[in-house]
Ligand binder design. Structure first.
Ligand code: 6PG
Length: 509
């Protein structure tokens, strides 16, 4: 950059896959970017890609070889976006930036998958030194490049400064149809449409919402995998046949990015062996932790997210490969008999409904969890808006999300999505098929942990009297933990002296 080159609009630290693509997206939207990474090869890579893509336009991305140079190349007050791994790297970059001369009105925006409570601590600990702001990003590499879904949270003043930037680079939705406005052409950002970026709330809330997004993502993926497993093992369908079933499903209420990419994976053959690629991919799932955090948070808050938690457990069980191989030789399952074409088609239709109903439950759990967290942390979350910004750009993008927005528009204080008239009708109409599909799965010995947990959630949630009355009796019996009575006010606690022959009832004040 020569002395006459204008200062850059935005600093970018971390030029891995996500950082590089965010940088190019910023550039496409007219922002000049000062880019820094400890790995110089990554700086060279983004400069080369910018050169290849910008055509006749002037240079849009500028290399920096130190944090000091980065600050010197930026307009003041500085606006710096971090795309570094969640955890210690975020603090290390912040400390380096402070050392390089960051000022109290400078803004640093963390875009990683940070743990929401770390964000709360960071905002407090950097107060007075600079403004620590965050935006969670969903959409992977392509989303970052051409329009992710963004979940910003933190200081309101910082939001007022960064809002136009985040809305420009985010995915867009057609306001009429609610469908994503796809753009994959470098240099031509989608300018029109509803942006998939809205202010979520105080520090930590955006990352909490992203964490729940990821928990739902785990559940969505697991439900599709359970359906695949049933179609493959119980109905004997080939990966390509299953792909075409998924493509059919994608025309209806299950329409989603995850169904679409599942079909693509199933259609793919291995370039080395020519076998279906799924048959050469090892069946042990990895995880970076956001689904686990969601499950842990649901346990801590005490709101059931069973379908999400089962998806986390399913990944854990998949990784016990050696034990499973041993167990397969020792533990037997039911014998699978061939079924007629007519029965097969009926089973596929039932399975579709089971996936759909389970998906409704997974989202109901995720939104319920956000509602409970909002109450606990005093966040004013707008659930209709959250569902709206997930309609495009993010991994769980789906037509279905419009129905969630509609539900919260009908009643912003909805206790649970299952109580919304639309979703209640869907579940009431499809539950018979859902139950039959799970019976099919059990009969054939196909594990469907997320789908069965979803049905148990539905059945528990709709049951007026659960067996927790007996449970309270058990607790009182062995631990004098007391119980409440259905016929007395809720402030009163009772205990039975179980060890005495006449078992007297006591009211405890
Ligand atoms: C997204 C994704 C992204 C990533 C997660 C999940 O919204 O773009 O959720 O954040 O894929 O880290 O990764 P794991 O499956 O490894 O937990």
């Amino acid at each position: 950059m020569s002395n006459s080159t204008p200062l850059c609009d935005i600093g970018l630290v971390g030029l891995g896959v996500m950082g590089k693509n965010l940088g190019l997206n910023l550039a496409d939207n007219g922002y000049s970017v000062a880019a820094f990474d400890l790995d110089h090869a990554k700086i060279d890579a983004i400069l080369a890609q910018d050169e290849a893509e910008r055509g006749e336009q002037a240079q849009r991305i500028f290399a920096c070889s130190s944090f000091t140079e980065l600050l010197n190349k930026l307009k003041k007050p500085h606006l710096i976006i971090l795309s570094v791994p969640a955890g210690a790297a975020v603090d290390s970059v912040c400390e380096n930036l402070i050392g390089a001369g960051l000022q109290p009105d400078d803004i640093v925006v963390d875009t990683g998958n940070s743990l929401w409570s770390d964000t709360v601590e960071r905002e407090a600990s950097y107060k007075g030194k600079f403004i620590f702001f965050t935006t969670a990003v969903s959409g992977g590499e392509v989303g970052a490049r051409f329009g992710p879904s963004l979940m910003p949270s933190g200081d309101r003043y910082a939001w007022s400064r960064i809002e136009p930037v985040l809305q420009a680079i985010s995915a867009k939705v057609d306001p009429e149809t609610g469908l994503p406005l796809e753009n994959r052409t470098p240099g031509q950002p989608v300018k029109e449409g509803d942006p998939c970026a809205c202010y979520i709330g105080p520090a930590g809330s955006g990352h909490y919402v992203k964490m729940v997004h990821n928990g739902i993502e785990y559940a969505d993926m697991q439900l599709i995998c359970e359906a695949y497993h049933f179609l493959r093992e119980a109905l004997g369908m080939s990966p390509k046949e299953i792909a075409s079933t998924f493509r059919e499903w994608n025309k209806g209420p299950l329409n989603s990015y995850l169904i679409e990419i599942s079909a693509e994976v199933l259609e793919q053959d291995d370039p080395l062996t020519g076998k279906p690629i799924v048959d050469v991919i090892l069946d042990t799932a990895g995880q970076k932790g956001t689904g686990l955090w969601t499950a842990v948070s649901s346990l801590q808050i005490g709101t059931p997210a069973t379908t999400i938690a089962q998806a986390v457990y399913a990944r854990a069980l998949s990784s016990l490969k050696t034990q499973r191989v041993k167990a397969a030789a020792i533990l037997s399952g039911p014998k699978v008999d061939a079924i007629s074409e007519e029965e097969k088609q009926a089973a596929i239709a039932r399975l579709h409904d089971a996936v759909y109903c389970s998906k409704i439950c997974a989202y109901a759990q995720g939104f319920d969890l956000m509602k409970m967290a909002a109450a606990e942390h005093n966040w004013d979350l707008d659930f209709a808006a959250i569902a709206k910004i997930w309609r495009a750009g993010c991994i769980i993008r789906a037509v279905f999300l419009q129905s969630i927005t509609d539900a919260y528009n009908r009643d912003e204080n909805l206790d649970n999505l299952l109580l919304d008239s639309f979703f209640a009708e869907q579940l009431n109409n499809s539950q018979a098929a859902w139950r039959e599909a799970l019976i099919d799965g059990m009969k054939f010995g196909i594990p469907m942990p997320s789908m069965t947990s979803a049905l148990s959630y539905f059945d528990s949630y709709r049951t007026e009297t659960l067996p927790a009355n007996l449970l309270q009796g058990q607790r009182d019996f062995f631990g004098a933990h007391t119980f409440k009575r259905v016929d007395q006010k809720s402030s009163s606690n009772f205990h039975i002296e179980w060890s005495l022959p006449d078992r007297p009832l006591q009211e405890l004040k």
